[in-house]
Design a protein around this ligand. Sequence first.
Ligand SMILES: [Zn+2]
Ligand SMILES: [Zn+2]
Length: 264
Amino acid sequence: MRVCNLCSGSKGNCTYIETDNTRILIDCGKPFSYISEKLKELEVEPDLIQAILITHEHSDHIKGVDSFARRFNTPVYVHTSTLEIMQNQIHIDRNQFITFDSTFDLNDLSITPFPLPHDSKYCVGYRISQENAVVSICTDLGQFSEDTFEIIKSSALVYLESNYDPEMLMSYPNYPPFLKRRINGRNGHLSNLNCAQAIEKLYKTGTRLVVLSHISEHSNNVNLAVGTIAKYLNNKNIIPNKDIRLDITYQDQRGTIFRINPKK
Ligand SMILES: [Zn+2]
Ligand SMILES: [Zn+2]
């Protein structure tokens, strides 16, 4: 698999995954012009995208779906629980929506959606595998539950939310109290510390590459996220970039291109 995040954060989310036979997007949360430009950087023509998989209906995840999917007739995959709300927001033909409620195959990829606690109608993460190569996308979650851990453990690559620093969140003057409560609530977003605790658990199951994702621009920054997580892991004798590689996503540029291939 070749995997690359095209953008991540409150301004828009999109991740590209391909194999020899399959090219898909997870979310499409920026305008078509941005997504197509980033795909072209990867030498992928946007009309070759075979499916857009949606995590949930918040605008930072679906903003570009209309213009993308209408242009190329791209099928849009949504959980059965979100179909109705998606139909109100994405104006494509009903037949272009494909619903799922459990694991399904897309050519050579096996895709397992799993529920995440987040304040949308319904929110899923994805475990995506090609044979024994596994990539998981786990963003927009208020807490990292045991159920989530059981599904994504031992993934070769995990895009994991590291959304906010609690002190920065609480002292940010431009968020009203209800929004602060929302973000750090059980159905909000994952803090740097909660992310670190999740990484520790994943590391123990064999995960060696985690990409910190959906980093807030107001209540977090890359240095703080990486610093908090590195400190936590060091205290657990897990040495970042020796024992486990940490990488990051960006709001307005694509991230690292990873190659995750099945092991014989
Ligand atoms: Zn959301
Ligand atoms: Zn989001």
